[in-house]
Design a binder for this molecule. Structure first.
Ligand code: CP3
Length: 339
């Protein structure tokens, strides 16, 4: 198996820098759009054969060094009894606003409630056996809770922040339940065959460092501590977190994902040099000419030269309008310049 990704995560020597990109199975790929013409997004992630097919698309096309399960961070919300629809972003019809709402949240067993996730992981690990590792994932508790409270993605997540200030105990009750389900959810993915776990904390950046430690970091850390004994690399990606880097050093993961706002060598210094880093090309670089993409890739590799480990990635998900040939050019540039 190509285990460059796992070795870089573990800060072991590698012959070249491994590369994958967030949202690598998505609408920028013509073969993904072809599947989506036949079925909706929900059917796609609920059907293990289809989820497997689209997960493999970017591996087949670009030779990415890791696969990531095709699913969504809102799937565990279904396991907790919420109705989620995608339009195209997630919408929850009865979000959490009061303590009686919180009593509706079920701390259930994801293997019973959303079995299709683990069936997809099993099928994928069979089909990937000799190729590349499979990354399982979940939303970090704060980010999932923010969707449950807000009901949809919003600019500032005001309902969520209002709850943190006005009813902190209620917020902790919500986060505690989300954390318990998330712990079970990622453990079940590892038992089904996932070889690494990434937590996405996409909305953590809305918090100042003190609030972040109390409501986001603490719960992400709990998931990592509960998962530690399963012996797979743990990755924490908090978007927009430059103001949180000092706090983030206590996250309990092996690898920290960085967005494009701060160069990787600087991120590493702020984190105390202990972590492998994943990132961090601005997804918009992929709209430039291939020669420019190549020079930006080189600059990123240069900034990562002295890190204990580096997994090349974008600083956030690839955008749907991205030209596919530009993704190929990026992957090629990483291969050529990181040997
Ligand atoms: O990375 C991958 O290829 C794996 C699959 C994956 C998806 N969503 C598929 C998806 C992963 C890891 C996610 C994570 C996710 N989902 C996050 C964290 C990462 C981030 O972007 O910050 C968040 C916040 C969500 C919530 C979500 N789901 C949003 C905001 C959207 C709409 C955004 C958009 O691109 O339109 C979704 C829908 C979604 N999840 C799509 C995909 C491929 C688009 C569905 C479609 O119409 O085909």
């Amino acid at each position: 198996m190509n285990d460059l990704f796992l070795r870089a995560c573990r800060r072991e020597p590698v012959e070249r820098t491994p590369v994958w990109i967030m949202r690598q199975a998505g609408r920028y790929l013509p073969e993904y759009r072809a599947v989506r013409e036949r079925v909706g997004f929900t059917t796609l992630y609920r059907t293990p054969e289809l989820a497997t097919e689209v997960t493999l698309q970017p591996i087949d096309r670009f030779g990415m060094d890791a696969a990531i399960l095709f699913s969504d961070i809102l799937v565990p919300a279904e396991a907790m009894g919420f109705d989620v629809v995608f339009n195209p972003g997630p919408v929850i019809d009865a979000p959490l606003r009061s303590s009686s709402d919180v009593r509706r949240m079920r701390v259930s067993d994801p293997e019973e409630e959303v079995p299709f996730v683990f069936e997809a992981v099993q099928q994928l690990s069979r089909e990937l056996a000799d190729r590349v590792p499979l990354i399982g994932f979940a939303g970090a508790p704060f980010t999932l809770a923010a969707y449950l409270i807000e009901g949809r993605g919003t600019k500032n997540f005001d309902w969520t922040k209002r709850l943190l200030f006005a009813e902190p105990q209620l917020a902790h009750d919500i986060l505690d339940r989300v954390t318990q389900v998330t712990e079970r959810y990622v453990a079940a993915q590892v038992r089904a065959g996932a070889q690494a776990i990434q937590l996405f904390d996409s909305w953590a950046g809305l918090l100042d460092p003190a609030l972040y430690r109390e409501f986001a970091l603490r719960y992400a850390r709990r998931v990592f501590q509960a998962t530690r004994s399963l012996n797979v690399p743990l990755i924490y990606f908090a978007l927009n977190s430059a103001h949180l880097h000092e706090a983030l050093a206590g996250c309990g993961a092996d690898v920290v994902g960085a967005d494009w706002r701060v160069p990787l060598d600087e991120v590493s210094r702020r984190l105390g040099g202990r972590f492998a880093l994943q990132g961090n090309l601005d997804p918009c670089v992929l709209f430039a000419e291939p020669a420019k993409i190549e020079s930006c890739v080189r600059a990123t590799l240069e900034q990562a030269r002295d890190l204990p480990g580096h997994v090349f990635n974008l600083g956030h998900g690839v955008l749907p309008q991205t030209p596919v040939e530009h993704v190929a050019a990026m992957v090629e540039a990483v291969r050529r310049h990181s040997r």
